[in-house]
Design a protein around this ligand. Sequence first.
Ligand SMILES: [Zn+2]
Ligand SMILES: [Zn+2]
Length: 352
Amino acid sequence: MRFCVRCGREFKQEQLIQGYCVECFKEYIGVFEYKPALKIVICPKCLSWLFRGEWLTPGDLEEIVKTTSLSELNKCIRSSLQLNDLSVLGINQERDKIRVKLKLSLKTETVTFTTVEEVTGNVKYRVCPRCIAKSSGKYTHLIQIRFTRKNPPSYVLEDLEKLLQKLLLQSGVINVKYYESGIDLELDDATIARRIVQSITREFSAKSTTSFKATKFDYKKGSWRGVLTYSLRIPIFERGEVVIYKETLHIVEDLKKNKVVLFNPNSGTREEVSLSSYWTGELKSPSRVEVEHYIVKDIRGDKIIAVSENSKSELVIKKKQSTPQVKIGDTILLIKANNIESIVIDKSSLLR
Ligand SMILES: [Zn+2]
Ligand SMILES: [Zn+2]
């Protein structure tokens, strides 16, 4: 057993800190090497706050005090101690002066203890760069989101809106403008702009092109200033539409965010295809689609003979193993998309 050098009470060796019991250590030595001073900077417009040179998204004062204290106290605490955790018991703010009551959980190599300390500091209000840019309406990056068709289906718009809401939480966006043709995002942060472009490109198989429009020569930097524009185009397809995939006629059976399920009426097979194949030219929207109706007139051996309802021209189809059963009087469709023809014997396969 050992004695506390201050109060003389008896303790086990490992319960003492530098020869003091915990009570006396707190009272006469103190947990701080030097007095901490909290410096808090908050943007009065958007309530984001400055931490280690970076503007963070708005939080409540308690959260700001906690994060700031953790960082500041770690620098002020005696080297024999380690700060495990802290909680904010109370905050008292009078104009720019702040007094906070903190409960600290500390430890040495052998002792763990808590203490309540009052720490002071000041709160400054400074408009953040984003709000400065916003008030001047200046932006350095423009993201234009457009579609390959005029009226994108509502599920695409809803998915896009959801993604944007998630991305815009990270802020950096000065303005969002909605047009009939799409959405414009104005930003002043290159990293966030790139992140948004990457997300939309990935999730919607959008194609992105960039262009730079110089507005002013910056003599200090020796370079042009201006707006970097990302033009994004999201490919749009509709359920039931005829498309050409790998030079074969298909019908769009289902749509997912960046995929389509294609049905090949000739082979009766289905395939899930990434919308990015639109940009490689593998998946195409034909400029012209014609459908001609034929009526089965005769079945001779392995041949089906059908006659067009309009032109009365004859169509002879050689039966294969995969050819569905037909009888005289059935309708057969001949679909022509661009120059690619496809015979659909089992019409019901189109009506799924
Ligand atoms: Zn003592
Ligand atoms: Zn701000």
